[in-house]
Design a protein around this ligand. Structure first.
Ligand code: NAD
Ligand code: DAU
Length: 333
């Protein structure tokens, strides 16, 4: 089995590569990654000699054709992923998340693959005021990131329905774990707390997310790859529903930082107030989340405490401009 992992230098993609090396050491892995601000070769440290890494853009046919040839499967993680950035400027989201998925799907159609996993997200359902989203629910994305992912999700399905490309769609919930870019809630709060900086809670902190450890998400994706049905969608949620206030207290508690670092700031516009997934369809394939949330969060916080050499260069580099533009200049910091 030779698997193409796009976006493999990012947070979940790199965790998936490490996971595959551990769980399926016989697989050949090719990573295609553009190395945007979120892509980091350091994320592949320890496996760099065991995989093939190609720097390239999923939205360029030339780059994609060169790597898809000879691959049995594709797992498409490559995307612009931060909701707040999509609110500021959606251009790269449309190009990578939608057009990039099109280029990959079209190439998979031309060259033929055994399985194409499109990594989608629970955000495609939009805000879920109560209950749990099932795979047949309508898609009602409410921010440009979620809308671009919904576009790719349905485009992928169309390549199954129209052209017979064996596509499987994974809709995961909020991942946490090592190597997440510190623009996202958990790594932002841990790293700020370590430096004694304020941690900005949007609005009243009542937005609920369904948290899943990245290892559980990776196992879910592998389950889909090995046992999923082409043309099907599978939710993959951790079942740990927490609002931002609860998360903030948990993170600062694990970091042994004072709660007076928490600061309520103006809300994200169009903020989805609740996501929640029903993952019973994937559970019927034998998967279930295994990482205990309190323990997973404790280990995650510890990882950032132990790996300052990973995040300090990021926070003193590109991230600084983002912090200034989105937080300081707009009254959130
Ligand atoms: P990330 O931002 O950490 O990493 C994205 C990776 O994609 C980076 O390595 C980046 O360099 C690469 N990339 C971006 N544009 C590219 C392009 N044009 N060509 C090639 N590579 C490109 O993202 P993540 O959090 O690891 O998310 C991975 C996938 O999982 C995304 O598709 C995201 O929508 C989805 N997802 C994320 C979560 C979550 O909680 N993080 C939950 C559900 C689904
Ligand atoms: O639900 C899956 C999605 O989860 C993925 O598809 C996205 O790629 C991923 O970025 C994530 O989106 P969220 O917007 O939920 O993640 P984020 O970490 O940005 O925010 C989590 C919650 O915390 C959300 O309700 C907003 C809030 N928040 C976030 C930040 C960065 C704050 O209150 N303050 C902050 O500074």
């Amino acid at each position: 089995m030779r698997i193409l992992v796009t976006g493999g230098a990012g947070f979940i993609g790199s965790n998936f590569v490490h996971f595959l090396r551990r769980e399926r050491p016989d697989c050949d892995i090719v990573v295609l990654d553009k190395l945007t601000y979120a892509g980091n070769p350091a994320n592949l440290e320890g496996v760099e000699d065991e995989i093939e890494f190609i720097k390239g853009d999923v939205a360029e046919f030339e780059d994609v054709e060169a790597v898809v040839a000879g691959c049995d499967s594709i797992v498409n993680f490559a995307a612009e992923t931060h909701v707040d950035r999509s609110i500021v400027d959606a251009d790269a989201f449309i190009r990578t998340d939608i057009y990039g998925a099109y280029v990959l799907l079209e190439t998979a159609r031309a060259l033929g693959v055994e399985c194409f996993i499109q990594i989608s997200t629970d955000e495609v359902y939009g805000e879920v005021a109560e209950g749990f989203s099932v795979e047949t629910d309508p898609l009602m994305p409410r921010n440009p990131y979620a809308a671009s992912k919904a576009g790719a999700d349905r485009l992928a399905y169309s390549y199954w329905a129209t052209h017979g490309v064996p596509v499987i769609i994974s809709r995961g919930s909020n991942n946490y774990g090592p190597r997440q870019y510190p623009e996202k809630l958990i790594p932002l709060f841990v790293t700020n707390a370590i430096d004694g900086l304020e941690c900005p809670i949007y609005g009243e902190g009542k937005a609920v997310r369904d948290w899943i450890h990245v290892d559980d998400h990776c196992r879910g994706i592998l389950t889909m790859l090995e046992q999923g049905e082409p043309g099907e969608v599978y939710n993959c949620g951790g079942g740990n529903l927490r609002d931002t206030n609860q998360m903030a207290e948990g993170i600062l508690g694990a970091a042994e930082a004072p709660l007076d670092l928490l600061k309520h700031v103006p809300d994200r516009v169009g903020h989805d107030m609740r996501y929640a997934l029903d993952s019973s369809k994937l559970e019927r394939l034998g998967w279930k989340p295994e990482v205990d949330f309190a323990e997973g969060l404790r280990r995650t916080v510890q990882w950032y405490k132990d790996n300052e050499d990973w995040w300090r260069p990021i926070k003193s580099g590109e991230f600084k401009q983002w912090w200034k533009h989105y937080y300081l200049d707009q009254g959130r910091g």
